[in-house]
Design a binder for this molecule. Structure first.
Ligand code: TA6
Length: 331
């Protein structure tokens, strides 16, 4: 008499995993990453995950306050649009959305160094955090209907080969009437290390040639378009060509004045001593290959950072938190 496995198969099915030899069912099909994320974190009509054929996973956020898209790779905010307003965050129409590629636009996480690696030119500019996998740790709809997502960088042989210092990195993103981002680096080792970082944020503007930035008056800056020469800012920052400046010892608040979109974008930060301002202008943008023609006129980077002489020395067991908050108000 043949043993009866039907009850056994029924129990197994409830455990999701089914052994095909016993239940004579199709072999277990691995769940896609997006399907697994939807199973664990989806919130009806508010949070869902999509995956492209080559495995690029994006969180789609829709709240009463704003909508946003966040790539799992790099915990990279790709878009943020407050309800009833134009987008606040710019994303290139030619942005490459593929595993291992940096994304032109949004809020790239530059970590654990800013710019070129201090000693190894072979290492990627702005660190590796933005081009490696991250995992979602938590998704919470707050009582005021802001959505809070917490991501953690997945350590691997590839990351340790470029950064052997024992550490953890989390990126928290809160989508509400403003966009809030927090980078938290913890030194889990036994020796201090030097940390350079930035939220390399691209903002949507009407026209860079009519845009100004206040809040950096009297700050020193390193002018990367002029050999890194140290200079002092007088009055508002305006734009008449390629602009690439690391402002030092900044005060945690600046404003982007946009007369065409008739708004000011307020950039407020904590745990950041540097502010980087960047407009590639036409020639550099054309060379980069992921700007559409004239795309450079509709974006400006104002980056919350710790760079150059402002890098952080992080003691064993310590955590450094750097936050940025973005919101827009009428002119
Ligand atoms: O933050 C300004 C900057 O360092 C520029 O020098 C330019 O290189 C820009 O970042 C973009 O860098 P990426 O590596 O994203 O192409």
């Amino acid at each position: 008499m043949q043993p009866d496995f039907s009850g056994f198969a029924l129990v197994l099915c409830s455990e999701i995993f089914v052994n095909a030899e016993i239940a004579n069912l199709p072999r277990k099909i691995p769940m896609s990453q997006a399907a697994e994320l939807n199973r664990r974190f989806a919130i009806a009509d508010i949070l869902a995950f999509e995956q492209s054929p080559d495995g690029f996973v994006v969180a789609q956020v829709t709240t009463r306050h704003a909508s946003a898209r966040i790539a799992l790779q790099g915990a990279h905010v790709m878009s943020y649009q407050p309800a009833g307003q134009p987008p606040l965050i710019w994303l290139s129409k030619l942005a490459k959305l593929a595993p291992g590629k940096s994304i032109r636009g949004g809020v790239p996480v530059c970590w654990p160094w800013f710019g070129a690696h201090p000693s190894n030119a072979q290492f990627p500019g702005h660190g590796f955090a933005r081009t490696v996998p991250w995992q979602l740790i938590e998704a919470t709809l707050l009582p005021d209907h802001r959505l809070h997502l917490e991501f953690e960088l997945v350590q691997s042989d590839a990351t340790r080969a470029r950064w052997p210092q024992p550490s953890t990195l989390r990126n928290s993103v809160t989508v509400g009437p403003e966009l809030e981002v927090e980078l938290a680096t913890t030194n889990t080792g036994s020796v201090p290390f030097e940390l350079g970082q930035a939220l390399h944020t691209y903002f949507e503007i009407g026209d860079i040639r009519q845009t100004t930035i206040t809040g950096l008056d009297a700050c020193d800056y390193l002018d990367k378009v002029d050999g890194g020469t140290r200079k002092t800012q007088h009055g508002a920052v305006d734009f008449s060509g390629e602009t690439d400046r690391i402002y030092l010892a900044t005060h945690g608040h600046c404003e982007i004045h946009d007369p065409l979109l008739k708004r000011r974008i307020l950039v407020t930060s904590t745990g950041s001593h540097s502010t980087v301002v960047w407009s590639p202008w036409t020639e550099k943008a054309d060379k980069m290959g992921d700007f559409c023609p004239e795309g450079w006129t509709s974006m400006v980077c104002v980056e919350t950072a710790n760079a150059a002489e402002d890098v952080i020395q992080l003691a064993p067991g310590a955590t450094h938190r750097m936050t940025a908050q973005y919101r827009s108000i009428g002119l």
